[in-house]
Design a protein. Structure first.
Length: 137
């Protein structure tokens, strides 16, 4: 029984790190830390290109709201990553991560196609976050 609990704790830890790394990597990309726009493996490369993508995902939103949505997403991702890493209120943090990722996945689905969030494993990450919320103590 002890081994089973140890395995669960290792799996939870790994999922927390993976989710946090995904959030922080996306934030790093929008601030150019992974490279310039157009570089291999770079999604945005700077804040301007990130906001262009936010506008595509939120085509219904007025132009003035796009930077607000970009900052809200960025702050949420940084906050969720930090709390996942330290394990603070893990059930609530994981549920919040699951909701945020589900919103991202749905926005990608409706603005682009189902293939986009599937290719980026956004639905999978969301499911993992929800599972973490369910099994965390």
């Amino acid at each position: 029984m002890e081994t089973s609990n140890q395995n669960r704790l290792w799996a939870e830890w790994f999922l927390r790190i993976a989710l946090a790394a995904g959030f922080l990597s996306a934030v790093a990309d929008r601030f150019g830390l992974w490279g310039s726009p157009g570089a291999a493996g770079v999604a945005w490369g700077d804040w301007s290109h990130f906001l262009d993508y936010v506008a595509v995902l939120n085509a219904f939103a007025p132009a003035w709201l796009i930077p607000v949505l970009g900052w809200v997403a960025t702050i949420a991702e940084i906050g969720l990553a930090a709390t996942l890493l330290v394990g603070w209120r893990l059930r609530w943090t994981s549920a919040g991560a699951g909701i945020l990722l589900l919103l991202f996945a749905l926005a990608m689905t409706f603005s682009s196609s189902l293939k986009a969030p599937l290719d980026a494993s956004v639905y999978t990450a969301s499911a993992g976050a929800f599972l973490l919320a369910m099994v965390s103590e």
